[in-house]
Design a protein around this ligand. Structure first.
Ligand code: SF4
Length: 324
């Protein structure tokens, strides 16, 4: 079997937003949204990025795609450092990296037919004729389980599941290699969710796609992903193959997240761990371990020193003074 290649490498990636105040609008503070993220993603991986709302997972996705400028650190894609590429040079990479949103139609003109929407990438990036673009758009509709009749319809004429299929069709139009799915199935009913996930899997098999699957739903992540990154307050706290993470979670935050899954994981004893308090503000992150203000195992060391990122078994990494 051929060795999988690394398609995406994040090296100490940070995204901090300045908070300005006062008459002169001086920088008073920062929102520390993404902090020191370093992972390698292989071709064909489906990487779940999980954590509570506000943990920085969506900002991470947007920073990887350069929809947000990184504050520091590096993003490597297909062996190239794309962190500081200008718009012109970045364009070819942007075609290879697409995004699917929770509601892809939220930003669309309700007066535009779906066919025109699907043709847009071909208008911008190719020299195809109108007839060829239409054929491509209809082909995309067929690939996502819709048909030519949908070409002529408007956004309001679609159900949530169909809209997400159109979002997927748009994302795959230019044959990308990696897709960031940002809560892509969260708004769908469970049965529709299963269909859309199956569609994503089928497309992955057909086109050898790599997914970054941002989600707060660990049940879906377990079903869909082969690797999982757990984030807390913009930091990595655990990173492991999905089976390993779900069978043997180490970090107290991961344990708490898993214990809150509404649909229990078969074969895993349910150990309900209630997290105390709210997620701290990312403008005033705690000292030491970012999780110490809510961790039932916190010690004095946890308040003072950030835990090291340790590999505790093959490809299973954790940041915790007590458990690793
Ligand atoms: Fe809890 Fe300390 Fe581990 Fe942080 S380092 S997760 S506070 S035990």
């Amino acid at each position: 079997m051929s060795q999988k290649q690394t398609i995406l490498k994040l090296d100490q990636l940070n995204k901090h937003y300045p908070v300005r105040g006062g008459l002169l609008k001086r920088v008073k503070n920062h929102v520390y949204a993404v902090n020191d993220i370093s992972i390698d993603v292989d071709e064909g991986d489906s990487v779940g990025i999980v954590g509570e709302s506000g943990c920085g997972k969506s900002t991470l996705g947007r920073t990887i795609l350069r929809l947000e400028e990184p504050t520091s650190g590096e993003v490597w894609f297909k062996g190239e450092n794309i962190t500081h590429l200008n718009e012109k040079k970045l364009k070819q990479f942007k075609n290879d990296m697409q995004m699917i949103f929770q509601d892809p139609f939220a930003s669309l003109d309700p007066r535009q037919r779906v066919g025109d929407t699907l043709e847009e990438p071909f208008v911008i990036h190719t020299n195809l004729t109108k007839k060829e673009r239409k054929e491509k758009a209809i082909d995309l509709l067929n690939q996502v389980g819709l048909s030519e009749t949908h070409y002529y319809k408007y956004p309001h004429q679609f159900s949530g599941g169909q809209r997400q299929r159109i979002g997927i069709a748009r994302a795959i139009a230019l044959n990308p290699e990696m897709i960031v799915c940002d809560e892509a199935v969260s708004a769908l009913d469970v049965s529709v969710q299963a269909q859309v996930i199956q569609l994503l899997k089928d497309l992955q098999e057909e086109y050898d796609l790599t997914y970054l699957f941002i989600s707060h739903d660990l049940g879906v992540v377990r079903h869909f992903c082969n690797k999982v990154l757990v984030m807390y307050l913009g930091h990595m706290v655990e990173w492991a193959p999905a089976d390993e993470l779900f069978d043997n979670p180490i970090h107290p935050y991961t344990e708490a997240l898993l214990s809150a899954i509404p649909r229990p994981i078969p074969g895993r004893e349910r150990n309900n761990i209630q997290l105390e308090g709210d997620l701290p503000s990312p403008t005033e992150p705690p000292t030491g371990c970012p999780f110490h203000t809510r961790c039932p195992l916190a010690t004095n060391l946890c308040k003072e020193e950030k835990p090291e990122w340790k590999e505790i078994s093959e490809n299973h990494f954790v940041a915790c003074h007590v458990k690793a």
